[in-house]
Design a protein around this ligand. Structure first.
Ligand SMILES: Cc1ncc(COP(=O)(O)O)c(C=O)c1O
Length: 366
């Protein structure tokens, strides 16, 4: 068998979830499990959190259905709402909560014949300009929803565009806008905060927070704070050396000969490549752990393999364990953020990008 797998540490997931609760002690924390729980396995993560999290967030009824079929009974919030009016029957029957962001959805709800009222989260576009009603429309939409027989509990929500920035005028503007609406609507339950706002903006906590990336152990803040330093990596992407080569000075390595050795080196070939989701943009010097010791990628990542420098690790041989990110065999940690920075991307894309051919192995949550 190919030695590459993604180990999923559900204890770390639970730890990170508890950290979100600690950061926002007066809020309930909806665990965002969309995109297969950011690549970690949605059903397994939902099960691991099922005694802690009062609700889960997903992106589609397909994702919600997989959780319901797996026995998850908590409220599930469809973060983009429904895509077709005929989804409403299933949504109502399954007790799934729906974000409402557009007029066409309001009209569909107004004429829906459903077996039980649907809980809705009304999305206000307070400045991100992705989904939602503009602030001036919100009071009227809120009332229309309140008058509909197909609608049950209502929550007001928004999404921040810049909660992960140190100083952001837009963040202040968005928060002030939705707080004004909250007052005007008579203090309904609200949900504003993603991970960075959960960790660093108590004023934005509201009744619910919606952490995603922090649950998986990646720090969403540009400069770590006390809580974010306690996050633990949930996914460890791990493989082994499948070949070792000794090369003299002046030898090219990999496609395009991007890397040329300056002196004699020992390199190891790792069974992991962009076909597994390891980013092809990884530069020479991107960190990896070999048996827990830091070294780095040399040469361009190929589809199924990449090459690492093991000149300083004479013990490393075929079969040595390689940690692409996460926790190494001796407890050393390689944060996915560090790898992402060397690929000119963010942890979100690396984690969600781990492909289906990489087996996920769950470490027990008990
Ligand atoms: C609507 C919504 N809420 C919450 C989240 C979670 O964000 P984060 O992963 O930054 O915590 C996302 C993620 O993209 C989102 O789209």
């Amino acid at each position: 068998m190919r030695p590459l797998h993604a180990l999923i540490d559900t204890q770390a997931l639970r730890h990170n979830y508890r950290l979100a609760c600690q950061a926002a002690p007066h809020s309930r924390a909806l665990a965002v499990l969309k995109a297969n729980a950011y690549g970690h396995g949605a059903l397994e993560c939902a099960r691991a959190l099922s005694d802690l999290a009062p609700a889960f967030g997903v992106a589609s009824i397909e994702e919600a259905q997989a959780l319901r079929e797996g026995g998850i009974e908590q409220p599930i919030v469809l973060l983009e709402g429904f895509f077709e009016a005929d989804e409403l029957e299933w949504i109502a029957a399954q007790g799934v909560t729906c974000v409402i962001h557009s007029e066409w959805q309001l009209e569909a709800l107004a004429s829906a014949q459903v077996t039980q009222p649907i809980a809705v989260w009304l999305k206000c576009d307070s400045g991100m300009h992705r989904l939602g009603f503009v602030p001036d429309e919100v009071p009227d939409v809120w009332k229309r929803l309140g008058d509909m027989t197909a609608v049950g509990e209502r929550v007001l929500m928004t999404h921040f565009a810049t909660a992960d920035q140190q100083e952001s005028a837009l963040f202040g503007h968005q928060l002030a806008t939705v707080e004004r609406l909250r007052q005007a609507l008579g203090q309904p339950p609200v949900c504003w905060a993603n991970s960075p706002a959960t960790l660093s903006h108590p004023a934005a906590h509201g009744d619910w927070v919606r952490p995603g990336i922090m649950l998986y152990g990646a720090d969403p803040l540009p400069r770590a704070n006390d809580l974010s330093t306690e996050l633990q990596p949930v996914m460890t992407l791990e493989s082994r050396l499948i070949a070792v080569r000794e090369l003299g000075a002046g030898e090219p390595i990999g496609y395009g000969s991007r890397y040329v050795t300056e002196q004699p080196v020992r390199v190891g070939v790792v069974a992991c490549g962009y076909g597994d989701g390891y980013d092809r943009h990884a530069i020479d010097g991107t960190p990896v752990l070999v048996e827990g010791a830091r070294t780095c990628v040399v040469g361009r990542v190929s589809m199924d393999m990449l090459i690492v420098d093991i000149t300083e690790l004479p013990e490393a041989d075929v079969g040595a364990r390689v940690t692409l990110w996460g926790r190494g065999p001796n407890g050393a940690i390689l944060p996915v953020n560090e790898v992402a920075a060397c690929c000119d991307t963010i942890s979100y894309t690396l984690l969600t990008g781990v492909t289906a051919r990489v087996p996920r192995r769950m470490l027990s949550s008990t």
